[in-house]
Ligand binder design. Sequence first.
Ligand SMILES: NC(=O)c1ccc[n+]([C@@H]2O[C@H](COP(=O)([O-])OP(=O)(O)OC[C@H]3O[C@@H](n4cnc5c(N)ncnc54)[C@H](OP(=O)(O)O)[C@@H]3O)[C@@H](O)[C@H]2O)c1
Length: 247
Amino acid sequence: MTNRIAFITGGNRGLGFQTALDLHAAGVAVVIGSRDLKQGEQAVSKLRKAGADADVLQFDVTQPADHRAAFDYFHTKHGRLDILVNNAGIAAGGFPATGPEHSVAEVPSELLKRVFETNFFAQVALTQALLPLLKKSPAARIVNLSSILASLELHAKPGSPIYDAKSFAYDASKTALNAFTIHLAYELRNTNIKVNSAHPGWVKTDMGGDHAPMELREGGKTSAALATLADDGPTGGFFHQGQPLPW
Ligand SMILES: NC(=O)c1ccc[n+]([C@@H]2O[C@H](COP(=O)([O-])OP(=O)(O)OC[C@H]3O[C@@H](n4cnc5c(N)ncnc54)[C@H](OP(=O)(O)O)[C@@H]3O)[C@@H](O)[C@H]2O)c1
């Protein structure tokens, strides 16, 4: 399919920006969402320098008015949306988690709610708002930026790579996001829309930190691949670089 158009939330930096670059390399026109318009414009000028057909929307995923503005933008300019990358997210604290966010006993409920608001409720609401436009695409793709830290199976298994890497607020919000992936993929199973969860890897970004083993260039690959899946590709899955992860 040619002339695909993608919306990548949190595209001004980190994995969102890298995903925009990777989607441009795959021939996709990209629109990035950025809370700070100036930062978004700087990112867009870098994307354009790289040859991308790129634009920016001032966009906070927790604001319903911004969801409506995004709908209006894509409706008016393109009449459809082909790819939605639900990338914007927060970690509440750093990694490894040492603050109150990591502990069920200590996490303040306001903090838990704030993390869920951004990482789960807002993602669901934005997707609901844009679904009518995704349904107009001949082959729409929705990518939800999850994390291996969402995996209940791995968290429950002593000796797994994440058994001792527990950050309750973040992990639970991403587990909820994975539930969203499964439910939405089921509801859309008889359409041309594919919905998948991505674990990018532990990547050097502001969130991932300097100790992360994976470079940004590698980290964007999972999102970009799921955003450009062929028609016989999977839906309702949870993947890292083409390999399924346990829920
Ligand atoms: N890095 C990793 O190792 C890793 C691993 C697994 C999963 N992930 C997931 O990958 C995604 C991107 O992570 P990253 O490492 O690139 O993080 P990052 O460097 O901290 O960037 C996060 C992006 O999300 C945006 N954002 C945060 N809250 C927002 C809101 N309310 N509305 C709109 N945008 C918002 C930020 O915008 P501002 O610039 O305005 O703050 C920024 O553009 C996240 O969902 C994260 O959970 C990352």
